[in-house]
Design a protein around this ligand. Sequence first.
Ligand code: RB5
Length: 166
Amino acid sequence: MTADLEKIGLPHIMLRMRIAIAADHGGFSLKAPLIELLKQDGHEVLDFGAFNTERSDYPDFARAVGDALQRGLADRGVLICGSGVGACIAANKMRGIRASVCHDTYSAHQGVEHDDMNVLVLGARIVGVELASEILRAFLGARFNGIERYVARLKKVEQMERESCE
Ligand code: RB5
């Protein structure tokens, strides 16, 4: 059944997830269309703003999305800023957050399959709505494959998180 659905390009509808999403002013234009797509695909959306285009600070949005994941309120996160870079740097400061900028579909699914990426970061000044939608579906359709060597690498990452200097 799953294989059949994957063949016709529908893996993203297999699991309804709770998605925390946020964007600063630089990412604002992509947030509404991506929320619409998420809802269409049956996901539950937690929208942490911004709710207007006034200048804002990407770390505030990274914190809100990271916090939702850490508290178990969301299964995955989506962050959008101008380039994706600032929000990604900020999100990765949070324990248990594995965020990456992905502007191609291969990285978006491979990042989950190999690295258990839990936050997708997009740059609204880099990708348009259509590509961003495909990237988002690739991210949400992917699952961590749990292969031993990938788990071992993640353990090393967690160790770095625990042992890094204050
Ligand atoms: C805002 O101008 C911009 O710096 C921000 O959205 C983001 O691109 C930072 O990485």
